[in-house]
Write a protein that binds this ligand. Structure first.
Ligand code: FA5
Length: 347
């Protein structure tokens, strides 16, 4: 028995010497030490031996097993180290190579305009508020002094969803909401940037566009037309340049009295006349006026005690003039070639 164990051990040690990879090492381990291995087979025959021989044979087999195990462990460690070194060598990264250019998104021109306006007005103490785009007829029109059947409703071609619900045609709808939410609290100083909808579609009109509304209400005597004028001057100079001039033309909006259309001097020709301003030197940009007493009254503010001003402008139009965009649809098509041009403005 002793000789048989010695023979198995020698043959195992000889095979171990030739091992050069971990896979072969595993199969040799199984061959000699596994459950069905040669040494285990001898241990299994122990039951057939006389009792006094069993400890001796057990010792011989176990010390052979130990010797083989030690050799295998030693070799396994060496092979693992070699494998890791090979892997590190083959997967080496050259950190000095130039990297691929990572494409970076840029802000949409309308987002830029909205952020610029929000920054300006919040710095003057205004709050930025929003309202629903799917609006009721009541807030979009009735509470703005435009009862059903009023001829001025035709000024805005509306998308009605039901007789009571409409896609808001103007951010002015939020004027009434803000007044009702505050009832007789002053001052109200808000701007409302947001999407608006009308049944229009050409190079300068889109069925979906953006407006920003401004509304200020305070105790009577505190707010005058001079405040409206000054505010719009700061607004337009900030957006279009310090040399921008404003022209107020009397106009009509049902929710303001008096009402004004506001033109700005053409920033391309500086007022001398060009194709952008159709040779007039002026560009119409805003609607504005003093809040109509009926609107104050309908929305919880006594017109004897309170007064205010409001204004509204189309942000698409402002973006088009500011960035020289000739077709409003470019703002909504999301053509990457168009949008990429605004990358440069981040640098
Ligand atoms: C209004 O919508 C009023 N709510 C503005 C206002 C507010 C007046 C507060 C007084 C007090 P108007 O219909 O003129 O007014 O529209 C304002 C601006 O929205 C226009 O000057 C234009 O720049 C923009 N606009 C209107 N329709 C479209 C459209 N279909 N596509 C793109 N911009 C549009």
């Amino acid at each position: 028995m002793e000789g048989q164990v010695e023979k198995i051990k020698q043959s195992a040690l000889a095979e171990i010497k030739d091992i050069s990879d971990l896979q072969t090492l595993e199969s040799i381990k199984v061959k000699y030490l596994g459950k069905k291995g040669e040494l285990t087979a001898i241990l299994k025959t122990m039951g057939t031996l006389p009792a006094e021989e069993r400890p001796k044979v057990g010792n011989i087999v176990n010390s052979a097993k130990q010797e083989i195990t030690e050799k295998l462990e030693e070799l396994e460690e060496k092979l693992k180290k070699e494998e890791l070194a090979k892997k590190l060598e083959s997967e080496k990264i050259d950190v000095t190579l130039p990297s691929d250019k990572i494409k970076k998104g840029s802000k949409h021109p309308l987002t830029r305009i909205i952020e610029e306006i929000e920054d300006l007005f919040t710095s003057m103490g205004y709050d930025v508020v929003s309202g629903p785009e799917l609006e009721t007829d009541e807030f979009c029109y009735e509470r703005l002094n435009l009862p059903k059947g009023h001829p001025a409703r035709d000024m805005q071609d509306s998308f009605y969803i039901t007789p009571e619900y409409v896609l808001r045609t103007q951010t002015s709808a939020v004027q009434a909401r803000a007044m009702i939410a505050n009832t007789e609290k002053t001052p109200i100083r808000i701007i409302v940037p947001g999407k608006t909808y009308r049944r229009e579609d050409d190079a300068t009109h889109s069925h979906q566009f953006n407006q920003v509304e401004g509304l200020v209400i305070d105790e009577k005597g505190k707010i005058s037309f001079a405040d409206l004028k000054g505010t719009l001057e700061i607004f337009m100079k900030h957006m279009l340049g310090d040399d921008t001039k404003l022209r107020f033309r009397p106009s009509y909006f049902p929710f303001t009295e008096p009402s004004y259309e506001v033109d700005v001097s053409c920033f391309k020709c500086k007022g001398s006349g060009c194709n952008l301003c159709k040779q007039t030197g002026w560009i119409e940009l805003l609607g504005s006026g003093m809040v109509h007493p009926n609107v104050l009254e309908m929305n919880g503010y006594d017109p004897e005690k309170y007064s205010g001003f409001a204004f509204g402008t189309g942000l698409d139009r402002l973006a088009m003039f500011k960035y020289g965009i000739t077709d409003i649809r470019l703002l909504y098509e999301n053509d990457v070639r168009f949008l990429q041009q605004f990358d440069r403005m981040d640098k």
